[in-house]
Design a protein around this ligand. Structure first.
Ligand code: ADP
Length: 281
C-alpha cells in the first residue's frame, strides 16, 4: 500500500457505524496527500489495477471461475460515470462486464427485481461493474413508495442472502456508496447547464430529486446498516473531490484483487518443445 495511505482504504472507508448525515463528503479518509499527490498516485495505481485485472482475465480463460463485481451506488452527480470512465477505463475492456440499471423496462417489470441483476453478473475472470444495482429497489423504490413497505422491507434480508450466494459462487463483491454534499450536487448540476459538452448529462428530474434528499439519506443509511455484511461489506466514499473518489475506488479494487492471490496461469503445453517447433516452422 502506498505510504500516503495511513490507514488501508478498505478500513478507512468501511461503512460500519457510519452516519450518512454526518459524513464529510469533502474528506479524504485515510489519505494524507492533496490533489497533486492523489492524481499522481492514481496514475501509478491504475497500472497496478490493470495488471491485476489482466491476471484475473487470464485465469478466467484457464478455468478459474472467480470474478470481481464493483457495485456503484450514489445520488445523481456523485460521479459513478467518472468511475466507469476513469477507473474501469484504465483496464482492458475485454475483461470488463459493464451493466447500468435504470428504470425497469416492461420486460424487467414482469420479473422479480433480482432477475435483471442475475442476467448481468460477471462471467468467470471478468471485472463486473454495476452502475446502480439491486440496491435501487431499496433506495428510489423506498423513497418514492413505488411499492409498499411490506414489499421493500423484506428485500434487505433477501439481498443479503442473494449476495451470500454470489460470494459462494466465487464473485468478490466490492460495494461502493459515493456521497456528495447537497451544495456540491448543485454546483455539478449547474455546470451541466453551462457547458455544451455536459448538457447530455442533465436530467430535469434530477432537480426534483433534490427535494427528497433527507429521505434518500435515510434510505442510504438503512441500506448501509442492513446490508453491510462480513462477506460483502459496504464502503463509503466521500465524492466531492473527484480525484479522491477515483483513487479510493482504484485502491478498493486493487485490495479485492490482491486477496484473490492470482498468479499467471501455468502453460498447458511444453514450452521448450513449442520453442523447438517454432524455430523449425
Ligand atoms: P443515471 O442517472 O445513472 O445517469 P439514468 O438516466 O438511466 O442513469 O437514470 C437511472 C434512473 O433509473 C435513476 O433515476 C434511478 O433511480 C432509476 N432506477 C434505477 N433502478 C430503478 C428501479 N428498480 N425502480 C425505479 N427506478 C429505478
Amino acid at each position: 500500500m502506498p505510504e500516503q495511505w495511513t490507514v488501508c482504504p478498505a478500513e478507512a472507508m468501511k461503512a460500519d457505524g457510519l452516519r450518512v448525515a454526518e459524513l464529510d463528503t469533502s474528506g479524504t479518509p485515510g489519505f494524507t496527500g492533496g490533489k497533486k499527490a492523489g492524481v499522481a498516485l492514481l496514475a501509478e495505481r491504475s497500472k497496478v489495477l490493470s495488471d491485476l485485472q489482466e491476471k484475473l482475465y487470464a485465469n478466467g480463460r484457464s478455468g478459474d471461475r472467480r470474478s470481481v463485481l464493483l457495485v456503484l451506488q450514489g445520488m445523481d452527480t456523485a460521479g459513478k460515470g467518472g468511475i466507469v470512465r476513469h477507473v474501469i477505463g484504465s483496464v482492458d475492456p475485454q475483461g470488463v462486464d459493464h451493466a447500468a440499471f435504470g428504470v425497469p423496462t416492461q420486460e424487467e417489470q414482469r420479473h422479480h427485481y433480482l432477475w435483471r441483476i442475475r442476467e448481468a453478473l460477471p462471467r468467470a475472470g471478468q471485472l463486473g461493474v454495476f452502475d446502480r444495482s439491486h440496491y435501487e429497489d431499496v433506495l428510489v423504490v423506498r423513497v418514492h413508495n413505488l411499492v409498499p413497505p411490506t414489499v421493500w422491507e423484506p428485500r434487505y434480508d433477501e439481498i443479503n442472502a442473494f449476495e451470500r450466494e454470489l460470494v459462494d459462487e466465487g464473485i468478490t463483491l466490492v460495494k461502493v456508496a459515493m456521497f456528495v454534499s447537497l451544495d456540491e450536487q448543485k454546483r455539478r448540476l449547474a455546470e451541466r447547464l453551462e457547458r455544451a459538452d455536459k448538457f447530455w448529462k442533465f436530467n430535469p428530474a434530477d432537480i426534483d430529486e433534490r427535494a427528497y434528499w433527507p429521505a434518500y439519506q435515510e434510505a442510504y443509511q438503512a441500506m448501509l446498516d442492513r446490508t453491510s455484511t462480513e462477506y460483502a461489506p459496504w464502503h463509503v466514499v466521500p465524492a466531492d473531490r473527484k480525484w479522491f473518489s477515483r483513487l479510493a475506488v482504484t485502491e478498493l479494487l486493487i485490495a479485492a484483487l490482491e486477496r484473490l492471490e492470482l498468479d499467471w496461469p501455468l502453460p498447458t503445453f511444453d514450452v521448450e518443445q513449442q520453442k523447438r517447433r517454432l524455430a523449425q516452422a
